[in-house]
Design a binder for this molecule. Structure first.
Ligand SMILES: C[S@@+](CC[C@H](N)C(=O)[O-])C[C@H]1O[C@@H](n2cnc3c(N)ncnc32)[C@H](O)[C@@H]1O
Length: 206
């Protein structure tokens, strides 16, 4: 498995102008089209995030800002953070953007009504790192808020994969240790046409 520094290097050496290819959303090596990306990835994620007009929204690991584009019309404050300046540089919208790692977000406690982290946890260097990101989400989420962590891979480590697979029992224990109110769901049938991953939904502690 890669370390955080190796992943930082991987994402930071990316170049090109296709914002979908830059974040590696490909099937058999071919990037999804913009329509496919919206239908299969962005739209199901935003349905689960349940953002209301005027919400303050953070996307952790926002990459080239494909979800930020769709959130611009509904969010009040909109922020996106990512490990890779190269990917963030491909985003031109109105969100405030910051280069930082998921476990160290540059915001005050309880700053956000909605937090999205889509397709990011599979690139984390360890289970402990994932737990530290959960603690960061808990710190940043308002009591009435909601967070979506999408694309969790559960099961045994697949030897040819660079992705992190998590033990579902360990993740449930981490969520409880951090004190979160959580659910783990199958991704919906649209997203299941792409792959077999799971979502974690976190409710604030109102
Ligand atoms: C597959 S892309 C997903 C991008 C975006 N969330 C989307 O769905 O379009 C994974 C993103 O996670 C970011 N990332 C990976 N590990 C990270 C970490 N430890 N901290 C912050 N960002 C990270 C990468 O730089 C990359 O932009």
């Amino acid at each position: 498995m890669k370390t955080l520094e190796e992943w930082r290097e991987y994402w930071s050496q990316k170049s090109g102008s296709d914002r979908i290819a830059l974040v590696d959303y490909c099937v058999d090596g071919v990037p999804l089209t913009a329509d496919e990306y919206h239908r299969l990835i962005v739209s199901p994620n935003l349905d689960q995030l349940e953002t209301s007009p005027g919400d303050d929204v953070l996307e952790i690991g926002c990459g080239t800002g494909l979800h930020l584009d769709a959130l611009e019309s509904v969010a009040r404050d909109l922020a996106g953070t990512d490990l890779s300046p190269a990917l963030l540089g491909a985003y031109q919208g109105r969100a405030r953007t910051f280069v930082c790692e998921a476990a160290r977000q540059p915001f005050n406690a309880q700053s956000f009504d909605r937090i999205l982290m889509a397709g990011v946890a599979l690139y984390f260097p360890s289970d402990e790192y994932f737990e530290s990101v959960l603690a960061e989400i808990s710190r940043l989420l308002r009591p009435s808020g909601r967070a979506l962590i999408s694309d969790m891979l559960f099961g045994d480590f697949v030897s040819r994969s660079a992705y992190r697979f998590y033990k579902i029992d360990s993740v449930m224990k981490m969520l409880d240790r951090v004190g979160l109110d959580w659910q783990i769901n199958n991704q919906n049938s649209v997203k299941r046409t792409l792959n077999k991953r799971y979502n974690i939904i976190i409710q604030g502690s109102a």
